[in-house]
Design a protein around this ligand. Structure first.
Ligand code: NAI
Length: 293
C-alpha cells in the first residue's frame, strides 16, 4: 500500500467511532488502514480508506494505531497484547475508551511508554475535543506526539494529567446528570424544562467559554468572583443530596416527557440525531469564524 507523506494510521475496530477517526485522519492527509474482525464492517466503512483483514499486515509501517473495539476490558487487553507483540518502538498505541483506566488497559505491556488513551466525543467531526489520558508509565513524548497529531487532524486535544474514573468530560457530565435527575425526581422542575436550562441557558455560553472563565468574567476577575460568591455557592452545594438511584419510576417519568418531543422509535430518534448533527455542524462553523485561529 502506498504511504502518504504524513504517515500511516491504523484503526482497529471500524464501528461508529473507528469510522469517525478514519475520516478525520484521512482528511488530515494520513494514509488510513482499517482492521476489523467483521468483513462487512470494513466494506461499509470503505469509501475513501483502505481495509485490511490481517492485523499484522495492517500495522506494518504505521506511526499511530487507534483502537476502537467495543468497551470491554478483556477484549481491549487482548487486542493490546496482540499489538504489543508485533509493533516496533516508534508507533503510538492509542485507545478510544470512554471510561476504562489506562493503568488497567495497558498493564504489563512491553511498549507501555507508547500507550495512551485518546477519548473522542461523539460525533468527533463536529465535537473536536479529545481527552488524552496517560498510563503512569506513558512517556511524555507519547503525549506530545499524540497532542500534535490530534491538532493536525483538526481536533482539540486536552491533557488529563493523571488518570481518574470518568476522565474529565464524563465527570462533569455525570455531575450535571446527577443534579438534573434529583431536581426532576423531587418535582422541582419538569424534564423538558430542565433541558431548557441547559440548551437556552448554560449551554449558550458553554459552547464558547468554560465554567472557570465564566466565573472570571462574571465579576472583576476570579478573585473578585470568589470573594463575592463562594459563600453562596457553598451554601447551595450543601443542599445537594446523595448519588441518585436512577429508579425505574423516575426513568419512566422522564421517558414519557422525552417521548412527547422525540418518540423513541428508530425513525424519530435517527431524525432527531440528524437534526442535532446539523446544529452541531453550524455551531462548529460559527466557532471557526468567531475564534481567531
Ligand atoms: P461499535 O460497536 O460501533 O464498533 C466496534 C467495532 O469493533 C465493530 O466494528 C466490531 O466488529 C469491531 N471489533 C470487535 N472485536 C474486534 C476485534 N477483536 N478486532 C477488531 N475489531 C473488533 O463501538 P463504538 O461505539 O465505535 O465504540 C468503540 C470505542 O469507542 C469504545 O471503547 C467506546 O467506549 C469508545 N467511544 C464511543 C463513543 C460513542 O459515542 N459511540 C464516544 C467515545 C468513545
Amino acid at each position: 500500500m502506498a504511504s502518504s507523506a504524513a504517515g500511516c494510521v491504523v484503526i482497529v475496530g471500524s464501528g461508529v467511532i473507528g469510522r469517525s477517526w478514519a475520516m478525520l485522519f484521512a482528511s488530515g492527509g494520513f494514509q488510513v488502514k482499517l482492521y476489523d474482525i467483521e468483513q462487512q464492517q470494513i466494506r461499509n466503512a470503505l469509501e475513501n480508506i483502505s481495509g485490511c483483514p490481517n492485523i499484522q499486515e495492517a500495522v506494518e509501517g504505521a506511526m499511530h494505531i487507534q483502537e476502537c473495539v467495543p468497551e470491554d476490558l478483556e477484549l481491549k487487553k487482548k487486542i493490546f497484547a496482540q499489538l504489543d507483540s508485533i509493533i516496533d518502538d516508534r508507533v503510538i498505541l492509542s485507545s478510544s475508551t470512554s471510561c476504562l483506566m489506562p493503568s488497567k488497559l495497558f498493564a504489563g505491556l512491553v511498549h507501555v511508554k507508547q500507550c495512551i488513551v485518546a477519548h473522542p466525543v461523539n460525533p468527533p467531526y463536529y465535537i473536536p475535543l479529545v481527552e488524552l489520558v496517560p498510563h503512569p508509565e506513558t512517556a511524555p513524548t507519547t503525549v506530545d506526539r499524540t497532542h500534535a497529531l490530534m491538532k493536525k487532524i483538526g481536533q482539540c486535544p486536552m491533557r488529563v494529567q493523571k488518570e481518574v474514573a470518568g476522565f474529565v468530560l464524563n465527570r462533569l457530565q455525570y455531575a450535571i446528570i446527577s443534579e438534573a435527575w434529583r431536581l426532576v425526581e423531587e418535582g422541582i422542575v419538569s424534564p423538558s424544562d430542565l433541558d431548557l436550562v441547559m440548551s437556552e441557558g448554560l449551554g449558550m455560553r458553554y459552547a464558547f467559554i468554560g465554567p472557570l472563565e465564566t466565573m472570571h468574567l462574571n465579576a472583576e476577575g476570579m478573585l473578585s468572583y470568589c470573594d463575592r460568591y463562594s459563600e453562596g455557592i457553598k451554601h447551595v452545594l450543601q443542599t445537594f443530596g446523595p448519588i441518585p438511584e436512577f429508579s425505574r419510576a423516575t426513568a419512566e417519568k422522564v421517558n414519557q416527557d422525552m417521548c412527547m418531543k422525540v418518540p423513541d422509535d428508530p425513525e424519530h430518534l435517527a431524525a432527531r440525531r440528524q437534526w442535532r448533527d446539523e446544529c452541531l455542524m453550524r455551531l462548529a462553523k460559527l466557532k471557526s469564524q468567531v475564534q481567531p485561529q
